[in-house]
Unconditional design. Structure first.
Length: 157
């Protein structure tokens, strides 16, 4: 029973010490906000309205054109929300694959003090296949520098 009381006393003492050393410090009140004095307005002269532009200079408002029926296939650069989300998802998969393989190339270099001679050697070393890429994309690996990139391959006809 005495040991339990001693543990309780030590715990309370530590809590008080921590509260005293780590507690809230005295905060100073914020600086008062100064009012900005606005100089009194000078004597206002008779304000004249600017002259109206000549009739020839007034342009007719441009009427918006009727929206054309646009399809994504006719305009490849135009994306809607869903295609943009899918494109971002695919790009993130490619970025993660390159980051993973680059890290493993560096690990290979750290263990063997040389870069893999090919991606096939890296694949054998990691004991699992390389991450798959989207169609028309391929890995481009430089064994001299250990640099890995993803490049677009030409379409096959």
């Amino acid at each position: 029973m005495r040991a339990l009381r001693d543990v309780f006393v030590v715990t309370v003492a530590l809590a008080l010490i921590m509260g005293w050393t780590c507690g809230c410090s005295k905060k100073e009140p914020p600086a008062p906000v100064r009012a900005v004095e606005v100089p009194p307005p000078a004597e206002q002269a008779a304000v004249e309205e600017p002259p109206a532009p000549p009739a020839a200079a007034v342009a007719e408002p441009v009427k918006p054109k009727e929206p054309a029926h646009i399809t994504y296939k006719s305009m490849p650069g135009t994306l809607g929300y869903l295609p943009a989300v899918m494109s971002a998802y695919q790009n993130s998969k490619v970025t993660l694959a390159v980051a993973e393989l680059t890290s493993e190339i560096q690990q290979f270099y750290g263990l063997k003090e040389r870069y893999p001679e090919s991606l096939k050697e890296l694949e054998e070393w990691r004991t699992r296949p390389l991450p798959a890429l989207m169609p028309r994309l391929a890995y481009d690996y430089n064994p001299k520098t250990g640099e890995l990139q993803v490049v677009e391959t030409p379409p096959q006809e």
